[in-house]
Design a protein around this ligand. Sequence first.
Ligand SMILES: O=C(O)CCC(=O)C(=O)O
Length: 289
Amino acid sequence: MGHDVVTAAQHEFYASHGYLQLESFLDAEWMTELRAASDQFVDESRSLTGSSRRFDLEPGHSATNPRLRRLVSPVDLHETFHRLAFEGPVAQLAMALLGGPVRFHHSKLNYKWSGGGEEVKWHQDIQFWPHTDFSPLTIGVYLDDVDDEMGPMGVLPGSHLGTLYDLYNADGSWGGAMNDADIAALPIDEMVWLQGPAGSVTVHNCAMVHGSMPNLSDRPRPLLLQTYSALDSYPVLGIGANGVDGANSGRIVGGAPSQEVTVDGRPMRGAPDWRKQGPPTIFGSQQAE
Ligand SMILES: O=C(O)CCC(=O)C(=O)O
């Protein structure tokens, strides 16, 4: 699968609407592998009585009745998730939409379990992990068929170009969701619900207003999400999840770092990434020691 996985019309749609819904984008072979990997973690979670760094569990989770909210950073935990995100069709889709090599940010597998699996309140993602631009996007893969009853992802077309909402609670604590007054002003009837058969893919821009209802069906709704930005977009450290978001965060897919960055509208080529070996002094660099 090459970089031409999206048509020009889909590119334009994504740019103006802020989302895409690609039905049955992944083939049956991928789905079998992904489901097997997911099942392995559901089994592993049975021995747990509470959430851990790896698993976010619903109250009531038990060995006989596992109820998972989230598997954290699946790309760091299983080769199949890793291959999908860094080489497979999801990597190809990210590169196609962002126009070349991309910077991986993080991944998660949201289960939204059957019989009331929790809602995700209306929010935008970018406040959780601000970047130097608004290129970041998240690609979701439905591991099972998803219909309206199962709490599919809902998006508000075009909202990625509008207001960036305050996701703090009235008492000043972080809430991670829009407040009631802002929600009341949204044209909720314009919301689009992205359901589809297993292997269908959703894409939403980091500034898209989105969320999902509780899962009222008797089937879990596993949605595997992976986030990428353009190569010249960087996470702003010191805010939210940036810097604490998984071993593969910052990995370049399909190319090499360019160190190009635009700050406040001014492009430049920044110094190499010295996080691993520590910075040289300006004297050593200038004297080419
Ligand atoms: O799982 C969903 O339906 C939405 C997930 C989401 O918006 C998030 O985790 O930021």
